[in-house]
Design a protein around this ligand. Structure first.
Ligand code: NAG
Ligand code: NAG
Ligand code: NAG
Ligand code: NAG
Length: 655
């Protein structure tokens, strides 16, 4: 059945009105890096250009770069407010920038700016940061969030601060970043998020080193609709003075949405009349169409389900296909008392199938996209077989429900043991911890190097490690991250980014890609958490001083007492030499440079005592991007020769 075109159009309009009223996205874009063709989406003045996958806001040439300013904007304007409609825009923008000093000290700084005037003002270099100059100060309608690397005048708190400036370079509020663990001119990547809430008139600034937790630095009361014209451009400015630096923006995400603030309800009375009319009319049309669509889709749905089934069945070694009703009865219709917990991508229920306990994962319905990927994953996962992987017994794809059936693990997941504060019997002994680490590394080595097709896990963390009745580790949820996260990704990003903050390698923000190395990084964090007892253990106080567990352990390593990091609940009942080796291995896996991380094969060899632990620098190396491959050294040669096609059977029986 075909709907006449005018009905379709009317329908689209109606649906748009009904659905779109609560939250209208205005300007949105996402650059995960900058390539020459991105210039088409930007307005850049003559001093700025795209180079090395970043915007160089001030010149980056090998000539003099002193006394320059630069400005770059996104090409489209942002409608900031509209008093007729009682509308104000809220936004959220995250960007990564790097400031590399070229003189000592460097100068001058960089700013995120909102203004309707895109021209670069004369003599806005030096202390002016490209924001205003000595005649336009107080005149140009501009709001800036400055990242200042010079103390240019007495009111500047120091040479490393963030501040909010209105029509000037003097901040209405500023905050030094040293206490927040950030050195703007440190030459490394800094992430900033600027959240503007138009409803409350508040702007919140978050600044951190890339890879660390985002923490708010300050919040300031600000009504942009009183300070700026209706339509503005968003962008960046930067400057150099006698002292110089490279000011580059590496990635930039901007999302804004309209808020309706009823200042003048009288003007809106027409809405109160219109909404019911449009609403009722729309609802009628909607209902009839839903009915039509439902009939249509159900028919198509069955066909689709059959196609998927055929594809899965045609692969060898396929896991069993269950019928929905079997699984419904196994879990007593997903009875709440059968809930085991919320895993990645959905709820997990306990079920009983033929007197055997199983875990049934019910993938949340709104991740229905990526059917092809789903098929690919089921077939890949179904063909994997390793004693340290949770076995997928079967699956079901019926009426839009995606269900996966796994073996039930008696001791559930690892996080319950390492993050629990209760102590007592729930504390894992040192030997068990070591065996868990070995188990997970075997599983990962198998996924990376041991099976026909390399599988990345993409979401390694304690809650994805299951423990059987003998506390043997079984890695779960592998390979799925990609399929399921597909539906959650933004439409601008063609690459997937999956993972859990805290376990994500620093480079993933740039590459937006999972890799063998990002898996190794997450595994490194897992090692540290298993040995140290997790973030919520008694070490919590110490941890607050550092950004993450790796920083903290690295600091102890630097002081020569790395074993102080071991979980206090073990009451010193552990092998010091082993603990030192395992912790150093964890740090090596958390190396900021992906090329320097050991392979899972090397990790495994170290754990079973067949290789010595990799060298770990006394101080954590800084993260630099793009990362450079190390010069070929012996250790690397060793890795290359060992990691290719070595049989792993003998390793399986190791330890
Ligand atoms: C930069 O500007 C300052 C102040 O106007 C001036 O003293 C200095 O000579 C200039 N430096 C260069 C290299 O142009
Ligand atoms: C803004 O973006 C940050 C980081 O992308 C995110 O954590 C936060 O939830 C967002 N806030 C809003 C209000 O969308
Ligand atoms: C400030 O910038 C404006 C616009 O570019 C320019 O007309 C003015 O001369 C500049 N002032 C100074 C002191 O350079
Ligand atoms: C920040 O980094 C720069 C360049 O590495 C260095 O010269 C400066 O001393 C650092 N500042 C602080 C406060 O650590």
């Amino acid at each position: 059945m075909q709907l006449p075109w005018f009905v379709k159009h009317q329908l689209a309009a109606t649906i748009f009105i009904i659905v779109a009223l609560p939250k209208v996205t205005s300007l949105y874009f996402n650059f995960s890096s900058f390539q020459p063709q991105d210039e088409a989406h930007l307005l850049m003045n003559q001093n700025s250009k795209i180079y090395l996958s970043a915007i160089q806001v001030t010149p980056d040439i090998r000539g003099p770069i002193s006394n320059y300013s630069g400005r770059v904007f996104y090409k489209e304007q942002l409608k900031l407010w509209d008093s007729q409609r009682g509308m104000k825009v809220s936004f959220n923008s995250t960007f990564v920038f790097t400031v590399s000093p070229q003189t000592s000290p460097g100068g001058e700084g960089l700013a995120f700016i909102l203004t309707d005037d895109t021209s670069l003002q004369l003599n806005s270099g030096g202390q002016w940061l490209g924001i205003v100059n000595s005649t336009s100060i107080g005149v140009t309608e501009i709001v800036a969030v400055e990242f200042d690397t010079r103390k240019s005048y007495p009111e500047d708190v120091d040479d490393n601060h963030v501040g909010v400036d209105v029509k000037s370079i003097y901040s209405i509020q500023q905050e030094p970043l040293g206490p927040h663990g950030v050195n703007i001119s440190g030459g490394y990547d800094v992430v900033a998020t600027i959240q503007f809430d138009a409803k409350d008139g508040k702007m919140t600034i978050f600044v951190s080193t890339l890879g660390d937790l985002m923490r708010p630095v300050f919040m300031v009361d600000l009504d942009l609709s009183k300070l700026l014209p209706q339509d503005v451009f968003v962008g960046f400015s930067a400057s150099t003075g006698e002292y110089t630096q490279l000011n580059s923006i590496r990635s930039w995400y901007f999302y804004s949405w309209e808020e309706y603030i009823e200042k003048n309800p009288k003007n809106l009375t027409w809405l109160w009349i219109l909404i019911p009319i449009v609403g009722v009319g729309g609802a009628c049309v909607l209902a009839s169409v839903c009915y039509w669509r439902k009939k249509h889709i159900n028919g198509q749905g069955v066909e689709e389900d059959m196609k998927i089934e055929l594809e899965i069945k045609s692969s060898s070694n396929a896991p069993h296909k269950f019928q929905l009703k079997e699984l419904l009865s196994a879990t007593r219709n997903f009875h709440p008392s059968n809930k085991l917990g919320k895993g990645g991508f959905g709820m997990v229920y306990k079920g009983t199938l033929n007197d055997k306990d199983v875990a049934v994962k019910r993938i949340s319905k709104n991740s229905r996209h990526g059917k092809q990927d789903f098929i690919a994953e089921i077939t890949t996962i179904g063909n994997l077989n390793h004693k340290n992987l949770v076995k997928l017994i079967g699956w079901c794809y019926e009426k839009g429900e995606i269900l996966l059936v796994y073996e039930l693990m008696q001791n559930r997941s690892l996080d319950r043991f390492i993050f629990s504060t209760s102590g007592g019997d729930s504390t894992l002994s040192w030997e068990k911890r070591l065996s868990v680490i070995c188990g997970v590394s075997r599983a990962l080595d198998y996924l990376h190097n041991g099976c026909d097709k390399r599988v990345l896990h993409r979401d390694i963390k304690p809650s994805n490690v299951m423990l059987d009745s003998d506390f043997n580790a079984r890695l779960g949820d592998f390979g799925l991250a990609r399929t399921i996260h597909l539906s959650e990704k933004s439409h601008h990003s063609t690459r997937e980014i999956a993972g859990t903050p805290g376990y994500m390698a620093p480079e993933s923000l740039h590459t937006q890609r999972a890799s063998v190395e990002t898996d190794v990084y997450a595994f490194g964090v897992l090692i540290l958490e298993v040995v140290c007892g997790g973030r919520k253990a008694e070490h919590k106080q110490h941890l607050q001083c550092c950004n993450n567990i790796a920083d903290w352990v690295w600091e102890l390593h630097g002081k020569g007492n790395i074993t102080d990091a071991v979980d206090l609940r073990l009451n010193d009942d552990f092998d010091k030499a082993q603990a030192k080796c395992v912790l150093e291995l964890g740090l090596a896996c958390c190396h900021p440079n992906p090329y320097e991380r050991p392979s899972m094969r090397t990790v495994l060899l170290v754990l079973i005592g067949e290789a010595s632990p990799p060298f770990v620098a006394i101080e954590k190396p800084a993260f630099t991007w793009p990362a450079t491959a190390p010069v070929l050294n012996e250790e690397l040669n060793f890795q290359v020769t060992v990691s290719q096609n070595e049989p792993i059977t003998e390793l399986k029986s190791g330890r």
